[in-house]
Design a protein around this ligand. Structure first.
Ligand SMILES: Nc1nc2c(ncn2[C@@H]2O[C@H](COP(=O)(O)OP(=O)(O)O[C@H]3O[C@H](CO)[C@@H](O)[C@H](O)[C@@H]3O)[C@@H](O)[C@H]2O)c(=O)[nH]1
Length: 236
């Protein structure tokens, strides 16, 4: 089975080499695709410098400017489908998601689930070191999303996800609207509406130690209005 981990990056020079090496130290045979948005800090140069060492396992898609997390993943998903990957993962660059948990997501995805979410808010999940305001925004957003969409997912904005190929081949990727964390909600919502089985596995999410979050007021606003709007989206 071909497994691809997609990592979107914007200014992740402190984390990128370490996360690449951690993923390749795992025994799962993962390939990596980094989607970098022209990071001014030179993240892409670090990745390119490692490509000779890792050959075809390490891939990079370079975009010209900061176009948002959602469109970075959509470009990555299309690349994964073109290159015949069977299981496609989303993961942050900053070690908030532990690469060692990839295997548990994969296991669940090969045992009856179509989408597996590494979840902070399902029983057994945890958040470590996040400031209280971030926890409140994130938990509040999860509650609000459930109230409006009825989607049975405890952590809808989670960015640690495994999709089986058929999910990404069925969701009309060109119709996905949102670009910030609302993108994460929209992908899960579309998969659920299409009847795919979503499972949550508990993870410990730890705040980044290096680099800075790209969260902004606009990203929160997009998610607040987005959950209302997405109820009207079609999956055709
Ligand atoms: N290519 C690209 N990458 C981006 C962009 N914006 C952010 N990223 C990358 O996307 C990942 C997550 O971004 P962060 O800004 O670090 O997210 P966070 O604040 O830690 O947010 C966490 O919580 C969110 C809400 O629950 C989650 O949606 C998110 O995935 C993450 O777990 C990082 O690898 C970051 O470099 C962008 O515009 N373009």
């Amino acid at each position: 089975m071909k497994k691809l981990v997609i990592i979107p990056t914007y200014n992740e020079k402190e984390n990128i080499e370490k996360i690449i090496r951690r993923v390749f130290s795992l025994s799962g045979g993962y390939h990596l695709l980094i989607v970098d948005d022209g990071s001014p800090d030179g993240t892409a140069d670090i990745i390119k410098g490692l490509q000779t060492e890792y050959g075809g396992r390490l891939n990079i898609l370079e975009r010209k400017g900061k176009l948002g997390l959602g469109t970075a993943y959509i470009a990555g998903f299309k690349w994964a489908l073109r290159n015949d990957y069977d299981y496609i993962f989303e993961m942050d660059a900053d070690f908030s998601h532990k690469p060692e948990d990839l295997e548990r997501l994969y296991e669940a995805c090969t045992h009856g689930a179509d989408v597996v979410v590494g979840s902070r808010y399902v029983r057994g999940g945890k958040v470590v070191n996040w400031p209280m305001d971030r926890i409140m925004i994130s938990k509040g957003g999860a509650f609000y999303t459930k109230l409006i969409t009825w989607m049975p997912v405890s952590d809808p904005t989670a960015g640690f996800v495994c999709y089986s190929r058929k999910v990404l081949a069925t969701i009309p990727l060109d119709e996905v609207h949102f670009i910030g964390y609302a993108f994460q909600i929209e992908m899960k919502y579309r998969a659920w509406k299409l009847g795919f089985k979503i499972k949550e596995v508990p993870i410990t999410f730890e705040d980044r130690k290096e680099g800075v979050s790209k969260m902004s007021g606009n990203i929160i606003k997009e998610a607040m209005y987005g959950v209302w709007k997405m109820r009207g989206f079609s999956n055709k």
